[in-house]
Design a protein around this ligand. Structure first.
Ligand code: SAM
Length: 498
């Protein structure tokens, strides 16, 4: 490759572009790292000169694979087992016991944890070891540790679970002996019981793909994101913290590294100190429901869906059923008005779901279904879930046969912890459109969370079959920017042997 100087102005523009793409920010003193990284990425990807590579990246033509390679050259992959001893002490002595206590007496003992920016896996496996050490009978619990990173190369290494001595620099010998098996090549393999608690998946923290039932990033008890946000620009960092806050169950914990504590300034999070270690706890805001106790929560009557089957023709995903096309703005009446309620009933075709909308009395809204759904999404993004659910039910009333509205409602219900109602809404979406791939994926995750592994596999396999007939670079509607190829990767990681 010819050696080319990159003009200052261009590298500044590229820096801003990278920040919007990956969150990463290279301040002036680290500019040379950006130049080195992009130069070696260009080389790796077979470009003759770095300038044309920079323009190519900024034209947004990069495939997922190329993006992975660029990311590999720009990110730092330093990590090891039980990094930050004091933090793991706080987890083992305070945080995990508190969560265990809060689940006492429940039939389903379930824990959901997320290691975001997990690198080569040492962090999520350390968490799994910590849970195994603290929980009295780990086999009675369903412990799901989601481990995500943007770098597919790191994830592949993590899935292998083979580590060299350097990764054990902070792990006491007795733990190494208990949880690892020495291989033939001086490396050590993580034990099967620990490995099966962790699911690895690619996720770019800048994307709007969380919290979402598609990425299984909702209702987390603990989120660890350490030594990641320190490399981010201010704006994407604040957005990530806001999304983490939404991904946490009320009372859930956000853990950053000691030098990143300032980034957790968020109205929904309060700092809690355990012997010099500060972690952040989500306050109970919009809804009061116990973390991970969702299965036990009965949905209030006004939120219940009647899952009567719909006597209609169904189209494949992507093509809306004909009766949904060419929709016109409608007037939706608030249920507080008796006359309006009667009128709405009269319009309801036989067998359609009876979804009641709880909204303030004496107001009439003249919005079409798309605008109502848009309002619902905006409220959900702002964490106002009750309001989001109300708007969404109105969107459903305005357009009863659109599967996307049921899918949206299911996401909101899931964020609220109303899992059974969320499942019903997803089934309704699939009834309206059996090719609605997002609903299959969401059902796959939920049923897996309930330990129904056969059902889960069936949903993931249906999703994979549908996805295989699509173009991998296409963005899936209603997915907040997820491409078909990315979802294929996600779904494959859920199917053993794929
Ligand atoms: C220094 S490592 C931290 C590993 C581990 N959390 C720890 O503290 O030991 C930073 C990780 O963040 C990941 N990362 C950087 N930007 C990311 C992004 N936009 N989305 C997801 N992961 C990202 C990198 O790939 C890398 O694995």
């Amino acid at each position: 490759m010819t050696r080319t100087e990159i003009p200052d102005q261009l590298i500044s523009t590229f820096n801003e572009f990278i920040s919007s793409l990956l969150g990463l920010h290279f301040p002036h003193k680290r500019r040379q790292e950006l130049v080195r990284g992009v130069t070696s990425a260009a080389q790796d990807l077979g470009f003759n000169d770095v300038l044309s590579f920079i323009y190519f990246v900024m034209s947004k033509e990069l495939s997922q694979e190329q993006l992975g390679i660029l990311t590999h050259h720009l990110t730092i992959g330093e990590t090891y087992f039980f990094r930050d001893k004091k933090l793991f002490q706080a987890l083992e002595n305070h945080i995990i016991p508190q969560i265990v206590m809060s689940r006492r007496g429940r039939t389903r003992q379930h824990l959901r944890v997320w290691s975001a920016g997990c690198c080569t896996g040492e962090e999520p496996y350390s968490l799994a070891i910590a849970f195994d050490r603290v929980i009295p009978a780990p086999k009675d619990w369903r412990i799901n540790i989601l481990a995500t990173d943007i770098n597919e190369g790191f994830l592949q290494k993590a899935r292998q679970g083979m580590y060299s001595e350097w990764s054990f620099r902070a792990l006491p010998d007795h733990l190494k002996q208990k949880y690892f098996r020495q291989g033939d090549d001086c490396r050590f393999e993580i034990s099967h019981d620990i490995r099966k608690m962790v699911t690895f998946s690619r996720l770019n923290l800048v994307d709007r793909t969380y919290p979402s039932p598609l990425t299984d990033t909702e209702r987390m008890d603990v989120i660890l994101c350490r030594n990641v946000l320190m490399y981010f620009a201010e704006e994407p960092r604040a957005q990530v913290v806001n999304r983490f806050c939404r991904s946490l169950a009320p009372g859930g914990w956000l853990v950053l590294s000691p030098s990143e504590g300032d980034f957790a300034r968020h109205s929904g999070l309060v700092p809690v100190n355990f012997s010099g270690v500060t972690v952040f706890r989500k306050t109970v805001q919009d809804q009061t429901y116990p973390a991970c106790a969702s299965a036990a929560v009965r949905l209030p009557d006004h939120l219940q869906l009647q899952t009567t089957q719909l006597p209609i023709n169904i189209n494949r995903y992507g093509e809306m059923p004909d009766h949904v096309k060419g929709r016109r703005p409608q007037t939706v009446s608030r249920p507080g008005k008796e006359a309006d309620r009667e009128a709405a009933k009269a319009k309801k075709p036989v067998g359609l779901p009876d979804i009641q909308v709880a909204l303030p009395k004496d107001q009439t809204v003249s919005l079409d279904a798309d605008s109502l759904a848009c309002q619902a999404r905006e409220c959900a993004d702002a964490g106002r879930l009750t309001e989001a659910g109300d708007w969404c039910r109105k969107a459903i009333q305005a357009e009863k046969l659109n599967p996307a509205n049921y899918y949206l409602l299911s996401s909101i219900l899931q964020e609220q912890g109303f899992m059974e109602a969320s499942i019903k809404a997803l089934k309704q979406a699939i009834y309206l459109d059996p090719g609605f791939v997002l609903a299959h994926v969401a059902l796959g995750h939920i049923t897996r969370g309930f330990g129904k592994l056969d059902d889960s596999l069936r949903h993931f396999q249906s999703a994979l079959t549908l996805l295989k007939s699509m173009n991998s670079e296409d963005v899936l509607p209603y997915s907040d920017g997820l491409t078909v190829g990315h979802l294929v990767d996600l779904v494959r990681s859920m199917i053993p042997g794929e």
